[in-house]
Design a protein around this ligand. Structure first.
Ligand code: GLV
Ligand code: MN
Ligand code: MN
Length: 469
């Protein structure tokens, strides 16, 4: 949905609201006058700046989304882009070149979080940042994360084209490995930026499915990381004054209700668990049923127990998924001697989510005993608390939506995002846009360029406001 009001009116009125909130001294005041074209103090450049340039280049943005989707290890329309793979490295170069073309100064940290900065008039102040990820789980779509990176770059271009001059610097961040696919650690880049020591330590010993260490994989992608580099990445609370993330909703609510913009109030608490059972295996024909201790059946029973414990919570907000279930040796005529499960469980209520984890652990112990198998691993990989979005940022997004004449609603994020961890070091806010039938993490994922453009405009106006704060 787009506004019926002329753009100059909208931009002017949005900025007049900003001006009413913080009409201050010298450079900032001049910048705002220039941007808005206020007649209060005639300035030579005031009329040369056209607020109508608050327009999104939809053709260019769609082309970039399509070009980025081509860096994939599986055929279109699916996208698979795994951390530090050849396609991930190519996609990273693509993002860096777009940042440079947009006039941003680009830097990368030890693990490949990529930053593109537009220096503000008061570059010494904490910057306002926005961004997301471009890694994609196997056979997923081309919008998850991507909208928040390419959309953020377009928001910078929108503001540049409008003649806006930021007071605080504006920065686009492309986070490394939001998805846990390769090393089982979600939001790897943003957890490190948030200063989570446990992640820096875990990276010493994690390996991928091919037994490559994190450090070897990083080196293969051109990041010669050393353990001591990781703590140098930690941000302080002074690094950013605000962090925003634009993302597809990944659920059906906005589309079903015909609402253009979701303004996130909180992100649900995720947890992930790895479990392994070990039995004796044996011949599928010769070992009689009473003599078996089948690690595969233990896994199957635990998967059903996960569903049961989640349903027992009584809340629609509690969810649980067994997304990985592997059997060893994986032959039709061999009783599984080992099984491996990875369980994802989440809730907006942390205590309720933790109760589910406890029940899953009790079930794993009980099932192992009953089936005569060994519970050789029960590892809670992460058990994160939820994050709350900052009231003042929610407010700024609501004002921006109103001024763009876009319908909006407050909602929670059931998916996790890098924002969950950026919230530990910065006030945080998230903007959702509708996506087709709520599809995500599958090739059918789709968001229209018009809906993306709406999100980009809300992002641009909110960044402008926060930059002047
Ligand atoms: C993010 O990809 C999530 O699984 O929520
Ligand atoms: Mn995802
Ligand atoms: Mn995502």
């Amino acid at each position: 949905m787009t506004s019926n009001l002329p753009r100059p009116f909208l931009l002017l009125s949005f900025l007049s609201l900003i001006a009413a909130a913080s009409y201050e001294e010298d450079a900032t005041r001049r910048t705002m006058e220039e941007f808005s074209g206020y007649p209060t103090s005639p300035h030579p450049s005031a009329l040369s700046l056209s607020p109508s340039s608050l327009s999104v280049d939809m053709v260019g943005l769609q082309r970039q989304i399509d070009e980025l989707a081509a860096f994939s290890d599986t055929p279109a329309p699916s996208v698979t882009r795994i951390l530090y793979s050849e396609k991930d490295v190519l996609a990273r170069s693509y993002i860096k070149s777009l940042m440079e073309e947009a006039g941003l100064s680009v830097r990368e940290d030890a693990v490949g979080n990529i930053f593109g900065r537009w220096n503000g008039a008061e570059a010494g102040l904490a910057a306002v940042a926005t961004g997301s990820h471009i890694d994609a789980i196997p056979y997923s779509g081309k919008y998850d994360g991507v909208v928040g990176v390419l959309g953020a770059l377009e928001a910078m271009r929108v503001l540049r084209r409008s003649g806006f001059q930021p007071r605080r610097s504006l920065e686009v961040i492309m986070f490394t490995s939001e998805e846990p696919t390769r090393f089982g650690i979600s939001c790897l880049g943003s957890r490190l930026l948030a200063g989570i020591e446990a992640v820096a330590n875990a990276l010493k010993h994690v390996v991928d499915g091919q037994n490559n260490s994190f450090f070897d994989a990083a080196k293969g992608a051109g990041y010669d990381v050393h353990q001591e580099d990781l703590s140098n990445m930690f941000l302080t609370k002074e690094s950013y004054s605000a962090f925003l993330e634009l993302h597809i909703e990944q659920g059906p609510i906005l589309e079903q209700e015909g609402v253009s913009i979701g303004i996130v109030t909180a992100i649900a608490a995720p947890a992930s668990i790895k479990v392994e059972f070990e039995g004796n295996g044996g011949h599928a024909g010769a070992v009689l049923m009473p003599a078996r201790n089948d690690a595969g059946l233990a896994a199957a029973e635990l998967a059903l127990a996960v569903e049961k414990h989640v349903m027992e919570s009584g809340s629609i907000d509690t969810v649980g998924t067994v997304g990985i279930l592997e059997l060893h040796p994986g032959a039709i005529n061999s009783i599984p001697s080992k099984s491996h499960l990875e369980i994802d469980t989440r809730d907006i209520d942390e205590k309720r989510r933790n109760t589910v984890i406890e029940k899953i652990q009790q079930s794993a112990t009980r099932i192992a005993k009953a089936r005569g198998v060994k519970l050789s691993q029960f590892e809670i990989v992460n058990q994160d608390p939820p994050a709350l979005c900052e009231g003042s940022i929610i407010n700024a997004m609501e004002v921006a939506s109103q001024h763009l004449n876009l319908t909006h609603k407050l909602m929670i994020s059931r998916a996790y995002h890098d924002s969950l961890f950026m919230a530990r070091v910065s006030p945080m806010g998230m903007i959702f846009i509708p996506c087709y039938k709520g599809y995500s993490h599958k090739p059918e994922e789709y968001a229209s360029i018009e809906d993306i453009a709406n999100g980009v405009k809300v992002l641009a106006l909110t960044l402008a406001k926060l930059s002047l704060d």
